[in-house]
Design a protein around this ligand. Structure first.
Ligand SMILES: Cc1ncc(COP(=O)(O)O)c(C=O)c1O
Length: 475
C-alpha cells in the first residue's frame, strides 16, 4: 500500500471548538458550498452556541428569538428540560433492539391513540416527515388495492421521491422526472376538481395538509376539509391528513383537521413529535385499515425501519406530547396566534408592501406585495417581479436576524412569504418585538426598487470583502 498521511479526525470536543470561519470552510469543502454562499449573502452564517426555549445565542453572546423554530419542530422550545430529562432516563436502555417489543413505542402509540381524532389506533414509527408520507402512501395503496394518489396544488409533503410526487412546486420536482406514476394535483380548497379527480373510483388516497405551511400558510375555505373527507368516503379513497407541520398544538387545536371535525383514515406526524431533540415520525391509522394492509404473517414486515421506534426518540415523543398537553400549549398557540395576527394585520394597514397576513394559531405567514407594475414589469419581461418574488422575503429575513436578532425564513413553496412559527411557549413581549421590528423594516423599505438595488449592492460588497477573508485550508 502506498504511504498515506496519517488521518486527522475531529473529536466532538474539537468540533465544538471550531471557529465560525473554520465551520464555513469545512462546509464549503465537505458539505454544500452553494448553501454556504447563500447563507453568506444573507449573513446567515453565524455560529450559534446555545439554545434555550425560544432563544438561541451566538458565539458573541448575542441573543436571538427563534421564529422559525425548526420549521415548526420546536413547539416545546429548544432543549426543553422535560424532554432532555426523558431522553436521559433511557440512556442505559437498549436504544435499538428490533428483536424485542419496546416499552416506549408501545406507550407512545397508546398516548397518540388517546389524543388523535376518531379511531386512529395503530401507529408505525419512522424517523422524519417525508418517511411518514411514504409510509402513508404505501398504506393507502395496500388498503385500497389502487395506486393513484391525488394531492393539492401548492402542497409540501417532503423531498423523497414519493413525497415529491405528491408535492406542489415544480421547481423541486422537474429535475427528478419521472416521479411516481398516477399522482395528480387538484386545486387546494376546491371540492369540484377534487370530485372530478376521484369520480372514477380508482384513487387510493387524497393527501392534504389541513393548513398548507410551505405554500405560504394557506388556510382552505371553511367546510373544505369536511367536504373533501366526505368525497373520499363516497369514492372509496382514503383521506390522509398530513399534520407534520400543523399537528401537536401549532394551529390552536391539537390537530388542525379537528377544526372541521374531520377524522382522517391516515394521519401523519413528525417535527414537534420529537420535542426538537430527536428525529421521529408517525403514521397513524385505524385497526381496520391496519389489518387490511399488514394484518397477516406474510405482510407484517412489508414496511419496516431500522431506527423507527427507537427508545430515545420515543422517550422524547412521550415527553414532548405530554408537555404540550400538560401545559395546554394548544390554547396558548390559539391565544398568542390571535394576538400576533391582529398586530400584524394592523401593520398591514400602514405598509402597502405587506400584501396579506394570514394564519391560525402560531402558524402565520406574511406575504409581500409584488411591486413592479406596468412599465417596469413589462420592459423587464416580469424579471424584476420574479427576482423580488424569489428573494425579497429573504432580504427581510436577513435584516430581521442581523439588525433585530429575530430568526425566520421564507416558506419553501412560496419564497415571497415570511413565516412566523415560534415555540408555543413564546411570551407576548417577544411577539410585540417582532411586530415593531417589522414596522421598522417596512418603514425603511418604502421604495421596493431602491431596496432591491441596495440589496444588490450590499450583496456584491459582501461577496468581495468576505472572499478575501476566507481561510484557505482547514484540517
Ligand atoms: C406538511 C409537511 N409534510 C412533510 C414534510 C417533510 O418533513 P421532513 O422535512 O421531516 O422530511 C414537511 C416539512 O416541512 C411538511 O411541512
Amino acid at each position: 500500500m502506498p504511504d498515506q498521511a496519517p488521518q486527522s479526525l475531529f473529536s466532538v470536543d474539537e468540533a465544538l471548538a471550531l471557529s465560525r470561519r473554520e465551520i464555513i470552510a469545512l462546509h464549503t469543502k465537505y458539505v454544500n458550498p452553494t448553501l454556504v454562499s447563500m447563507f453568506k449573502l444573507l449573513d446567515f452564517d453565524k455560529k450559534f452556541v446555545r439554545a434555550e426555549g425560544v432563544f438561541v445565542y451566538d458565539e458573541d453572546g448575542r441573543r436571538y428569538i427563534d421564529f422559525l423554530a425548526g420549521y415548526g419542530s420546536l413547539n416545546v422550545g429548544h432543549n426543553n428540560p422535560v424532554v432532555l430529562e426523558a431522553i436521559a432516563k433511557v440512556s442505559d436502555r437498549p436504544n435499538l433492539l428490533q428483536a424485542a417489543l419496546g416499552a416506549l413505542p408501545a406507550a407512545l402509540a397508546h398516548n397518540l391513540a388517546q389524543l388523535a381524532p376518531g379511531a386512529l389506533q395503530h401507529t408505525f414509527f419512522c424517523n422524519s416527515g417525508t418517511e411518514a408520507v411514504e409510509g402513508g402512501l404505501k398504506l393507502a395503496r395496500l388498503v385500497t388495492g389502487r395506486y393513484k394518489i391525488v394531492s393539492a396544488t401548492g402542497a409540501f409533503h417532503g423531498k423523497s421521491l414519493g413525497s415529491l410526487s405528491v408535492s406542489g412546486r415544480e421547481k423541486y420536482k422537474k429535475h427528478f422526472l419521472p416521479l411516481l406514476d398516477g399522482c395528480s394535483n387538484v386545486l387546494f380548497g376546491d371540492t369540484a376538481t377534487l370530485e372530478t379527480a376521484l369520480a372514477a373510483g380508482d384513487v387510493a388516497a387524497f393527501i392534504v395538509e389541513p393548513i398548507q405551511g410551505e405554500a405560504g400558510v394557506i388556510i382552505p375555505p371553511v367546510g373544505y376539509l369536511k367536504a373533501a373527507a366526505a368525497l373520499c368516503r363516497k369514492y372509496g379513497t382514503l383521506f390522509i391528513a398530513d399534520e407534520i407541520q400543523t399537528g401537536l398544538g401549532r394551529t390552536g387545536n391539537l390537530f388542525a383537521c379537528e377544526y372541521e371535525g374531520v377524522i382522517p383514515d391516515i394521519m401523519l406526524l413528525s417535527k414537534s413529535l420529537g420535542g426538537g431533540l430527536m428525529p421521529i415520525g408517525a403514521i397513524m391509522t385505524t385497526t381496520a385499515h391496519w389489518k387490511t394492509a399488514y394484518g397477516t404473517f406474510d405482510r407484517a414486515l412489508l414496511h419496516t425501519s431500522t431506527f423507527g421506534g427507537n427508545a430515545r426518540a420515543c422517550a422524547a415523543g412521550l415527553a414532548s406530547v405530554n408537555y404540550i398537553v400538560d401545559h395546554d400549549l394548544t390554547k396558548q398557540a390559539k391565544e398568542k396566534g390571535t394576538y400576533l395576527l391582529e398586530k400584524l394585520s394592523a401593520l398591514r394597514a400602514d405598509h402597502p408592501m405587506i400584501k396579506e397576513v394570514r394564519g391560525r394559531g402560531l402558524l402565520i405567514g406574511l406575504e409581500f406585495t409584488e411591486p413592479f407594475h406596468g412599465y417596469l414589469d413589462k420592459i423587464t419581461n416580469g424579471a424584476l417581479n420574479k427576482l423580488y418574488h424569489e428573494y425579497f422575503a429573504s432580504l427581510v429575513a436577513s435584516q430581521l436576524v442581523n439588525k433585530y436578532g429575530i430568526i425566520t425564513a421564507f416558506t419553501l413553496n412560496n419564497p415571497n412569504v415570511l413565516r412566523f412559527e415560534p415555540p408555543l411557549t413564546i411570551e407576548y413581549a417577544e411577539l410585540d418585538y417582532l411586530v415593531s421590528a417589522l414596522d421598522d423594516i417596512c418603514g425603511q423599505n418604502k421604495s421596493p426598487a431602491r431596496t432591491v438595488v441596495r440589496a444588490g449592492q450590499t450583496i456584491a460588497k459582501r461577496m468581495t470583502t468576505r472572499h478575501k477573508k476566507e481561510p484557505r485550508t482547514v484540517k
